[in-house]
Design a protein around this ligand. Structure first.
Ligand SMILES: [Zn+2]
Length: 77
């Protein structure tokens, strides 16, 4: 299977679903780590791990089955 290659905003990203050392779910995209921030019955919202320290606005939205529906992979760091 490998990792799905998705195309968003004209760019191709290698998306990896994994867990942090502390056991939290994270997504790794092009070396950037996204933390799960919230979710509802349908969607899961992920923010760049540098959101707190750098105010990075990069976000990913997925469905509960990990389908990528939004990938704003633009970082300020
Ligand atoms: Zn970032």
């Amino acid at each position: 299977m490998g990792n799905p290659l998705i195309v968003a905003s004209g760019y191709k990203f290698q998306i990896t679903f994994t867990t942090s050392r502390r056991g939290y779910p994270i997504i790794v995209v092009s070396g950037y780590r996204f933390r799960k921030v919230t979710s509802n019955a349908f969607k899961v919202y992920w923010k760049c791990s540098a959101n707190l320290n750098h105010g990075c606005r990069a976000v990913i939205h997925t469905l509960q089955d990990k389908t990528i529906i939004k990938c704003h992979n633009v970082h300020n760091h």
